[in-house]
Design a protein. Structure first.
Length: 302
């Protein structure tokens, strides 16, 4: 069953079309990452889903409610982590979570929430005294204190060190294991790769690609490279490496959809000649590579 549904969503700002006919579904318990460059329409789309911005046209449903008309029944079931929060600096961490938690009927205990986000030791510190990473953890705490069925995460780990990012990822996985649906926007494409069940790519307000990270990455082939051995020319690899193989400086590079066969061919060739393939690498394309390629292929907005 879908927790979030968009059908031909359009949002115009005067003559500017920020969201151009987006259609997608997010299943219950799924992590869906919405990716796009600055100005692609991500924030506008999420704000419409949250009920903070009105759409121009199209159909929208979150947990069976139209966010434009929904009241407490929907607000009580969603959590929101904005890029920046407006929490009063003079409040302590405990006070901030208590205040936000008081808005929900299914609130979690403040101490439990602070432990989940790693702020237990900062419970009595004032918000204004927190580091950037600690403030981001507080934002996450405010988003989950109401035990949301749907959680909107807008750049949730900005300012986190690598260890804190991994902890946040684990927390998101725990929430989803409990049935929470997560809609994530992030500029960290490795974050989307690690967390998302499915990814949608927005470009100029249009959804230009959608699928699991593996599906999006899988179509790009695998990049194989190695240093050309001394006194051997690229032409001596004819029949061993595929057509289109490049010599970049002194490095042989090519892309193949069958990396196991390709590696077997080049390593077998090297063994027969008694040479070592220095710097041999086998690298699948990253989600970032796919994202940039999709952007290069995407049509411009009219």
């Amino acid at each position: 069953m879908a927790a979030i549904t968009l059908s031909n969503l359009v949002k115009d700002y005067g003559d500017l079309r920020a969201v151009d006919g987006v259609t997608l579904e997010v299943a219950e318990g799924e992590v869906y990452a919405l990716l796009g460059h600055n100005g692609a329409g991500k924030s506008t789309t999420v704000e419409i889903l949250e009920g903070h911005r009105r759409r121009t046209s199209g159909e929208v449903s979150v947990l069976g409610h139209d966010p434009d008309r929904a009241g407490r029944d929907l607000r009580d079931r969603i959590g929101i982590v904005l890029q920046t929060s407006g929490v009063e600096d003079e409040l302590t961490v405990v006070e901030a979570v208590d205040v936000y938690g008081s808005c929900y009927r299914r609130r979690q205990a403040t101490a439990d929430v602070l432990d989940l986000v790693g702020l237990g030791a900062q419970a009595e510190r004032r918000v204004g005294a927190l580091s950037g990473g600690q403030r981001r953890r507080l934002d996450l705490a405010l988003g989950i204190v109401g035990t949301p069925d749907v959680l909107f995460l807008d750049e949730p780990t900005t300012g986190f060190d690598p260890a804190a990012r991994r902890q946040a990822w684990e927390l998101i996985r725990q929430l989803c294991a409990g049935g929470t649906t997560v809609l994530l926007t992030t500029h960290y494409l490795d974050e989307a790769d690690h967390l998302a069940d499915r990814v949608g790519v927005l470009w100029a307000g249009r959804l230009v690609a959608e699928g699991t990270p593996a599906e999006l990455v899988g179509g790009g082939g695998t990049r194989i490279g190695f240093l050309l051995p001394d006194s051997i020319g690229l032409d001596e690899l004819d029949g061993v490496v595929p057509p289109g193989t490049e010599l970049v400086g002194d490095r042989v590079e090519f892309t193949t959809p069958t990396p196991t066969v390709a590696v077997h061919a080049v390593t077998g060739w090297a063994i027969e000649r008694g040479v070592e393939l220095i710097g041999l690498t086998v690298q699948r394309p990253s989600l970032e590579d796919v994202f940039l390629a999709l952007g290069a292929e995407a049509p411009s907005s009219s």
